[in-house]
Design a protein around this ligand. Structure first.
Ligand SMILES: [Zn+2]
Ligand SMILES: [Zn+2]
Length: 360
């Protein structure tokens, strides 16, 4: 056979290079557009007046507010007193331990002094010994006094501590009774904030969905995608964190609903795709080839998939002339120079002869 050449499936530049750059630039425009929309949106949400912004505490739900406030004041006073007593106790304790060390040293000095005396000089009747023993007793007495004072402080501290505990128990009881109303209020407020945010974001989401369905393939696609990015951001940042949490029910219910919707969209898209492919395969191969987009066909070949049925093919096989799955004609021989060339090329790459050229 003469020179039967095999055209390698090198990714020949399918899309024109400038077209790629334009496309990238337009995606960039979409992202910039989305970021400005996000900025404007958060500014608007931040400036909107809220239903209730005032800070509500559990104290606002206590039945007897004046006594509750009085108890709070009492608690503060009692706590301060307890703190003062603690300081006093620390001071006294320090004094006592210093006195103890001093006494111990004095006792050791006395014992050493006594040991150096002769037996007669050690006698209890010796005036020097009597004097020194008396001094030691006085020191011991001083230590005892400090010890007693410390015990008195201990007692006062215990009293204060109990007083604080009593007041705290009373406050806790009052708060416990107010808890139900308080929780009810918080839940209501949570729901109000959520509904308010939903009213702002829902129209945006619906509009984004509509634009996505209808205009994502139009010339304005960068703006459509920019708006879709914005809506997705709004949904996840401005709405989802404010979903009221009734023990997780609402959150999980919304999650399930969203998954079902997205899953349903996926199933419909898949079925539509398969249906389209089945209809295409019912057409003759020449009809199919004439309907195909030149650039799309080239990029599919570059990815080693059949341009018609989109199943994987080995384009390195020099015998591959037809798709074994859908029968489309893939390679032919130039009528001028007999070079093996793709039927999806407009011209023979060897001699420049115009080919079957059936692509649009
Ligand atoms: Zn095929
Ligand atoms: Zn040729």
């Amino acid at each position: 056979m003469s020179k039967v050449q095999f055209q390698k499936s090198k990714p020949t530049s399918t899309n024109r290079q400038p077209e790629k750059w334009f496309r990238l630039f337009l995606w960039f425009v979409a992202v910039i557009f989305a970021s400005f929309l996000i900025g404007l949106g958060s500014k608007l949400v931040a400036d909107l007046p809220y239903i209730s912004t005032e800070y509500v505490q559990i104290a606002d739900f206590v039945a007897d507010r004046p006594s509750y406030d009085k108890l709070q004041d009492d608690l503060k006073v009692a706590e301060r007193q307890e703190q003062d007593i603690t300081h006093e106790w620390e001071q006294k304790n320090h004094e006592l331990s210093e006195q103890r060390t001093f006494n111990q040293n004095a006792r050791e000095t006395f014992d050493n002094w006594l040991a150096t005396r002769s037996v007669t000089e050690q006698s209890d009747q010796n005036p020097e010994v009597i004097k020194r023993t008396k001094e030691l007793d006085e020191l011991k007495q001083k230590e005892q006094t400090l010890q007693n004072e410390l015990s008195a402080i201990d007692k006062r501290q215990l009293d204060r501590r109990q007083a604080v505990e009593n007041i705290r128990t009373k406050i806790d009881d009052m708060e416990e009774m107010a808890r139900t109303d308080y929780d009810k209020y918080l839940k209501k407020q949570e729901l109000q904030v959520f509904i308010y945010r939903l009213l702002i974001t829902l129209p945006l989401l619906i509009l984004a969905w509509y634009l996505f369905r209808r205009y994502r393939h139009s010339n304005a696609w960068p703006f459509v995608w920019g708006f879709v990015f914005f809506a997705v951001f709004v949904f996840f940042v401005e709405l989802v964190p404010y979903l009221p949490n009734y023990g997780g029910y609402v959150r999980y219910a919304v999650g399930i609903l969203m998954t079902v919707l997205i899953g349903r969209y996926g199933i419909i898209a898949m079925n539509t795709y398969l249906q389209k492919k089945r209809e295409e395969e019912a057409l003759s191969t020449t009809e199919r080839q004439s309907q195909m987009n030149y650039d799309q066909a080239q990029s599919k070949i570059a990815k080693s998939i059949c341009p018609s049925c989109e199943r994987g093919l080995d384009f390195n096989n020099p015998d591959l002339d037809f798709c074994p799955h859908c029968g489309i004609h893939l390679f032919e021989y130039c009528t001028n120079c007999t070079t093996r060339k793709s039927t999806f090329n407009h011209y023979c790459f060897k001699c420049g002869e115009s080919g079957t050229d059936s692509l649009g």
